[in-house]
Design a binder for this molecule. Structure first.
Ligand code: ISL
Length: 540
């Protein structure tokens, strides 16, 4: 079967924040339909939609209460069908977010499951207390513990995320059959695959106490267990192999070794993964305590993964992470330059590149000034915990400012008008004040804008076999410099990146293919945050 997912550039839409058309302040499917030509023009070949299913929105749709219906905020199933039809006409493949570690507590299965006699009881992980204490000492991803007592049941249920996100029980074969049916439902509708949410934690090996840790006590009992590998192979065998589709797994706490096993084509589990090590290089143990970003560490980790894994999903942003230009670039002094440099880096690596909405215009972290502007459950929980731990107020705010997930969730900046052209109503989350300068409309008219550069770079990649499928070889990594090559037997492209705000030098030969600055040839000098692509013969 043709692996088309290796040849295309992917784009993630966070539907709530993309484009509203009915004035309720929440983005919708009609908004996505309206913007399909924009995505086509950008050169996108795959669209990943964050969840649009029915959900009480405790975690913005990552808590699903019905896997087969569309949340009315987003529109209707007929609109979803329309979106799939129109995307197919433009040769854009659509993948859905498959959130199957947990459901919403408002899902019918969970409601039934609260009755100890129900056939759904075993769909979730219920345990009695342990001498008046919770069943074990695990802690959740959202800064709380992960057992909730249910009066009606007289027992606790497990939730690795919020208490409105109970974990499914993957020791129950019926659960796996339900999931297969859901996958078939969407694949038969014409979706081209799934982004599989926290897929490597679905199977819990045991419910023993975990080794005490600062975060995620208990993780050794559920991260990438053999049981997960087995389920992934079963889903491939019984469902995925019957469709022309692919999967990208969001895999937390993976190492190159476990990632290799999860994505090795001969094992038939996932087609590619989102790993996190590069995103953790500016964190001290947890993302909430940031250290100074150094490009050297970041690039070393990228190079390590490029070499360890044959094919990965590459990304610098998503709906859970701060904006890359604010985090890895310099959004004050070299906004455009560093955004373009990050574009070259992302699109020159081996693997499928994923661009997150707004990244292509250099959207920055939010400009909020207080906690009442924050909506994200994780940030709200962490702030509450930090208050309990007596962290000073200014420090707590700094944590949210640097690491909060709402940084990436502010509405898409379409134009300089009211609410950035996102909605005619009141946006569910505040719009960044810089939309007057940073927006699609302005950048579409400017041939030297970040958006114009993205178009150029994506087109370049779409038509270049070396960038799409050539090998990867790291040549030099030092403070502020990253040089690597993409090669075939005969030819190569050398990618030279000045990852700093100072001019720099690097001697390399080859014909200039592309630069983030206007120049005609390469003389070994690099402007601040400049990235160049040079072509040559592969003599190594
Ligand atoms: O957001 C994070 C960064 O701190 C992660 O801990 C995140 O919770 C983790 O990567 C899992 O993310 C996915 O599953 C969550 C959901 O809240 C995220 O939005 C989703 O991407 C639970 O479904």
């Amino acid at each position: 079967m043709k692996t088309w997912w290796r040849d295309r550039v992917a784009y993630q839409i966070y539907p709530r924040s993309f484009q509203d058309t009915d004035g309720n302040g929440i983005g919708d499917l009609r908004g996505i339909i309206k913007r399909l030509p924009y995505l086509k023009e950008l050169g996108i070949g795959i669209l990943w939609l964050s969840p649009v299913y029915r959900s009480p929105n405790d975690d913005n749709g990552y808590d699903i209460s019905d896997y087969r219906s569309i949340h009315p905020d987003f529109g209707t199933m007929a609109e979803m069908d329309k979106l799939l039809e129109l995307a197919a006409k433009l040769d854009i493949k659509v993948i859905m977010d498959l959130v199957i570690n947990h459901t919403s507590d408002e899902h019918e299965w969970f409601q039934q499951s609260r009755d100890p006699e129900s056939p759904y009881r075993d769909y979730y992980i219920w345990r009695p207390g342990n001498n008046g204490k919770k069943p074990n000492n695990w802690t959740s991803f959202f800064a709380e513990d992960c057992w909730e007592y249910d009066d009606r049941s007289g027992e606790y249920f497990l939730h690795l995320f919020s208490k409105k996100q109970p974990d499914l029980n993957y020791r129950n074969p019926k659960v796996i059959e339900e999931i297969k049916d859901i996958m078939r439902f969407w694949l038969e509708k014409g979706v081209s695959g799934f982004r599989c949410d926290v897929i490597n934690v679905i199977f819990k090996d045991s419910l023993e106490d975990g080794r005490k840790r600062l975060i995620l006590t208990g993780q050794e009992h559920y991260v990438t267990c053999e049981g997960t590998h087995t389920i992934l192979r079963e889903l491939r065998r019984d469902v995925l192999s019957q469709f022309d589709c692919f999967t990208v797994g969001e895999t937390v706490m993976v190492t190159p070794k476990t990632a290799f096993d999860l994505s090795d084509p001969s094992r038939g589990e996932l087609d590619m993964l989102f790993s996190f090590e590069h995103m953790d290089t500016d964190a001290i143990i947890v993302k909430w305590f940031k250290k100074r970003f150094t490009s050297q560490k970041f690039c070393e980790v990228i190079a390590k993964w490029q070499t360890a894994i044959d094919w990965n999903a590459n990304y610098f942003e998503n709906h859970d992470q701060p904006r890359s230009v604010s985090r890895f670039g310099d959004d004050k002094n070299f906004h455009d330059e560093s955004a373009k440099m990050l574009c070259v880096l992302l699109l020159s690596l081996r693997g499928t590149p994923f661009i997150y909405q707004g990244q292509e215009i250099g959207m920055t972290n939010f400009d909020y000034t207080s906690m009442d502007q924050i909506r994200d459950i994780e940030s709200l929980n962490v702030y509450r915990l930090a208050t309990r731990l007596c962290f000073p107020k200014s420090y707590r705010w700094k944590m949210i400012l640097r690491s909060g997930r709402d940084n990436a969730r502010t509405p898409m900046q379409w134009n300089a008008g009211k609410n950035a052209g996102f909605t005619a109503g009141t946006p569910w989350l505040g719009v960044n004040g810089n939309h007057q300068q940073i927006n699609v409309e302005v950048q579409e008219k400017d041939p030297s804008s970040i958006l114009s550069f993205y178009k150029k770079m994506i087109r370049f990649r779409n038509y270049n076999d070396l960038l799409k499928s050539g090998g990867f070889r790291s040549v030099a990594i030092s403070s502020g410099l990253f040089v690597f090559e993409r090669y075939s037997e005969k030819d190569k492209i050398t990618v030279v990146i000045n990852f700093s705000g100072k001019s720099s030098r690097y001697d390399a030969s080859g014909k200039l293919l592309l630069s983030t600055y206007a120049r005609n040839d390469y003389d070994g000098t690099l402007q601040p945050y400049e990235a160049v692509l040079l072509s040559g013969r592969n003599e190594a």
